[in-house]
Design a protein around this ligand. Structure first.
Ligand SMILES: [Zn+2]
Ligand SMILES: [Zn+2]
Length: 232
C-alpha cells in the first residue's frame, strides 16, 4: 500500500500548503483520507484522471480543515467526473445526504472493505465526533490515522502494531497545548508510537503560524511533508 501526503496543515494552511488530505493506493484501490483545502487540485496535479479512480473518501470528521472540499467532489460527481455514487465514510452523515454520495457512518468499532483494503474505525476524542481509522492491505500491512484527537488510553490499542502511525501532532509543546485544545503534542505522539509498537510515525496537522516545531529526537518519527510518499 502506498500513502501520499497531499496536505499536512491544520486548522489552516501554510502559504502554498494544504490542509489534511492523504491518498492511499493499493493496486487498483484508491481511498482519499480527508479532503481539506488543496486536496482536489493536488490529486489532479498527480494525474488529472485520478479523482475518477477514487473508490471512497474517508472523512475523520467534518471540521473544515478535513472536509472543506467535500462539496467540490460533489460538484465533480454531479458533472459525471467521478465514480458515482461515491462511498463517503464519516462519523456524521446528515450533511452528506446527496444522491451522488453513498454516505456510511463510521461508528466506533465498525469495519468496511473497500477494494483490497480493510478499514476499522475507532472513535477518538475531539471537539466533534471524530473517527480514527486503521487501513490494512491483504498482505497484512497497516497504517493507523488518528484524525484530530487528544491523547487518551484507548488510542494505543487502536494504533497497536501499525506499520505507520499518521498522527495529529498539532501542538509543539505544553504551552501550545494550553492555547489549542483537542490535539496531541509532539511528545505525546512520540511516546504513542513506542507504546503502540508502531513501525514509524509521521507527525501531521502542522500548525502554520510560522513558528518552528522542535527537533523530534527519535529516528522512527518525522514531520509530515507535503508530497512525501510512503510504501507501507
Ligand atoms: Zn484539524
Ligand atoms: Zn478538528
Amino acid at each position: 500500500m502506498k500513502l501520499t501526503l497531499l496536505g499536512v496543515y491544520g486548522p489552516f494552511p501554510a502559504p502554498d500548503g494544504g490542509c489534511s488530505s492523504y491518498l492511499i493506493e493499493d493496486g487498483d484501490t484508491r481511498i482519499l483520507l480527508d479532503c481539506g483545502s488543496g486536496a482536489l487540485s493536488r490529486l489532479r496535479a498527480i494525474d488529472p484522471e485520478l479523482p475518477l479512480s477514487l473508490d471512497a473518501i474517508v472523512l475523520s470528521h467534518l471540521h473544515g480543515d478535513h472536509a472543506g472540499e467535500i462539496d467540490l467532489f460533489r460538484y465533480m460527481l454531479e458533472f459525471g467526473m467521478l465514480k458515482s455514487p461515491l462511498k463517503v465514510f464519516s462519523p456524521e452523515t446528515e450533511q452528506l445526504r446527496y444522491p451522488v454520495f453513498d454516505a456510511v457512518q463510521s461508528s466506533d468499532g465498525s469495519t468496511a472493505k473497500v477494494g483490497s483494503l480493510s478499514l476499522r474505525f475507532t472513535a477518538v476524542r475531539h471537539a466533534v465526533p471524530t473517527a480514527g481509522v486503521r487501513v490494512a492491505d491483504e498482505a497484512g500491512h497497516s497504517l493507523f490515522y488518528t484524525g484530530d484527537t487528544c491523547r487518551f488510553d484507548g488510542l494505543k490499542d487502536a494504533a497497536r502494531n501499525a506499520d505507520l502511525l499518521l498522527a495529529d501532532a498539532c501542538l509543539r509543546d505544553e504551552a501550545n497545548a494550553k492555547a489549542l485544545k483537542n490535539h496531541m503534542t509532539v511528545a505525546q505522539v512520540v511516546s504513542l508510537r513506542k507504546e503502540a509498537n508502531c513501525g514509524r510515525a509521521v507527525l501531521t496537522h502542522r500548525f502554520a503560524d510560522g513558528i518552528a516545531y522542535p527537533a523530534i529526537g527519535d529516528p522512527d518519527c518525522e514531520y509530515a511533508v507535503e508530497g512525501a510518499v510512503y510504501e507501507i
